[in-house]
Design a protein around this ligand. Structure first.
Ligand SMILES: [Zn+2]
Ligand SMILES: [Zn+2]
Ligand SMILES: [Zn+2]
Length: 249
């Protein structure tokens, strides 16, 4: 499935090489007053052309190409591109800020009100606004009850990035009618042991205690996902749970 891009905030061009480089997990706020947290992976270089390219100016055909032959030899590439999106003014200066293009990640978000945990597509959204909200809880408050991206993701040593395997972790009871739907994540005490994941259909419950250990997901192998490119490749590494905002991500 091709990634669906979100147009995010403005940034300085230098940040595209550092903090917001392709594959970086980026937090920002959207949704007007107060804002709602949105988490994305900065999209790969192809997205630059898809979101801002002009015909015949893809990749290295773009006017904003820089050539540096010795560095190209070292890296085995044919040239370098400035982050696009804003054309130069008459004097050739790029004065306007850039826009970051990202792919929503993780796809699982949680409502702080009802504690329901479900995928982005299953939450409510206003057109053009990447902030998502809980329809149920919004009926009870004067403002949108925004939902929050989960803090838990997985990655493997080869650099693939994926969702936390919520349905594997909860261990449904046999015959559960909700093998892939909404779950519930409820804080009951401090730390991981106090975070209780539950299935409303079969009643299975399990805390997140131990999810960061090396053997947390026996039998589960990495799906090779690269959300910033919208593809996957074969991989036999074991996925490890990580915190979304951690530097090792
Ligand atoms: Zn809710
Ligand atoms: Zn269940
Ligand atoms: Zn992998």
């Amino acid at each position: 499935m091709p990634p669906r891009f979100l147009e995010l905030g403005e940034m300085r061009r230098s940040q595209v090489v550092t903090t917001f480089g392709p594959g970086a997990v980026v937090d920002f706020r959207a949704g007007g007053r107060g804002g709602a947290p949105v988490s994305v992976v900065a999209a790969g270089l192809d997205a630059w052309d898809e979101s801002a390219g002009q015909d015949g100016q893809d990749g290295l055909n773009h006017p904003q190409v820089i050539n540096e032959p010795r560095l190209q030899d070292v890296l085995g590439v044919d040239g370098f591109r400035l982050p696009p999106a804003v054309p130069a003014d008459e004097d050739g200066r790029y004065t306007l800020p850039q826009r970051l293009v990202g792919v929503r990640f993780p796809q699982w978000l949680r409502c702080p009100g009802c504690r329901v945990l479900r995928r982005a597509d299953d939450w409510s959204a206003d057109p053009g606004d990447p902030a998502l909200y809980c329809g149920e809880c919004s009926h009870r408050t004067p403002r949108r009850a925004h939902v929050v991206p989960v803090r838990f993701v997985t990655a493997c040593r080869r650099g693939h990035l994926d969702e936390f395997p919520w349905h594997v972790w909860v261990r449904h009871r046999p015959g559960c009618a909700n093998p892939d739907g909404p779950l519930r994540l409820t804080p009951t005490g401090p730390g991981l042991a106090g975070l209780l994941l539950g299935c409303p259909a079969c009643g299975a419950e399990r805390s997140l205690d131990g999810c960061f250990s090396g053997k947390a997901f026996p039998g589960l192998s990495c799906r090779g996902r690269r959300p910033w490119l919208g593809d996957e490749e074969a991989c036999s590494e074991e996925p490890r749970a990580l915190l979304r905002g951690a530097t090792n991500v």
